[in-house]
Design a protein around this ligand. Sequence first.
Ligand code: SF4
Ligand code: SF4
Length: 469
Amino acid sequence: MSEKFSATLRIGDLNDFIAPSQGCVVSMKSGSARLADKPKLAKAAPAKETLQTDPVKISLKDCLACSGCITSAETVMLEKQSLDEFLSNINNGKTVIVSLSPQSRASIAVHYGLSPVQVFRKLTTLFKSLGVKAIYDTSCSRDLSLIESCNEFISRYKQSRLDDKESKSFLPMISSACPGWICYAEKTLGSFVLPYISSVKSPQQSIGAIIKHHLCHKLGVRPSDIYHVTVMPCYDKKLEASRDDFVFQDQDQMTTEVDSVLTTGEVIDLIQLKAVDFSNLDESPLDKILSNVSEEGNLFGVRGSSGGYADTIFRYAAKTLFGHDIRGPLDFRTVRNLDFQEVTLEVDGKTVLKFALCYGFRNLQNVVRKLKIGKSDYDYLEIMACPSGCLNGGGQLKPKPGQSGKDLIQALETAYMENVLVTDPFENPIVKILYDEWLEHPGSEKAKQHIHTEYHPIVKSITSQLNNW
Ligand code: SF4
Ligand code: SF4
């Protein structure tokens, strides 16, 4: 397979990513980028014939998250969200905060043969030496997203049991943490699927809201004076950060919850750019105010390398609705392939909860088709665009020479849970403080304002359709 393909595409099943296209779907004609074609759901092919050597600039708003730029030889430079912008903001004296995803931490840990907590400490050293003020962990904000999701599920489940026509559209509730899936749903599936998608923001956007709305207020700092960067396993997160829903007014100017997103690979580029011997870098104390780390230095989190949504909500629903306190791992059964697994709860011989993990484009298409024809009997679907989920995101690090994609995923799964104490998000002391000081309680008006969002079906304009003709 061509070296032009991303590491992840080389290790994964190319055809199972969302809409890999042969070239950028945004037309570069007339000096400014404009939409030329919708993402094609076609088999990707090496794109020799589309080779274009000059870098082309397009804006994130134009990008359709079709993954084309990682499957084609076209050189596409996104105008924002780059390493250059990150470094220039530090140099311009902005207060920079970095939030690190646990998937990126695991990828860097496997790459260097370190533990995730060592990576967290070394990255703290690296970023602080560059001038970053604080480094947090999105496992912490994920607990907040999980609590809000549990609360939303219980409410939808109860409403779905009401005997009226509308009750049908409350379930299945579908996870909302994957922007690849959200982008596909909005741009391709339209309004029929959007009511099923959870309104809860992803961990990336939740930590953005915590920092820009709560922390800034607490510290008496203007949100626009903070430059907040996340480190994420995929490029899709850059698109998520640039959504209009996450832009807000700060006095006389607009600001965003997440100003920039670096992929895991871009952090390695930074390490190389600064010629840092990462393996031998000193380990700094962690910033604990928004990180899931205990006094003893253990990380804590939930089971499930794509956020643990199905796992956490299933346990919560089983306990809250049916009084079943499930300890230990859930009994997920593989249905068609490892990327499609389901778990059920039976009470008095009747299935009362049916959840599924559904990863990769092929599985996603199947569940959506069933939903469309009214044949879905799931209560909850954890949908992730990438096969194998977030550990296999398009921004993660490639396998070492001689290492297979399968072996890398296995190593990432192990590293992801290394030093991690599995804990109930409802017991997270930091999240408890966030509710006490700011959000009041799960599902409150303040929580809806800051930790929930909306989705918008994209209606294609006549002009864009004529362009495609
Ligand atoms: S992901 Fe965005 S930039 Fe890349 S090819 Fe698709 S539309 Fe173009
Ligand atoms: S499944 Fe892939 S595209 Fe979706 S959030 Fe995870 S890494 Fe990103």
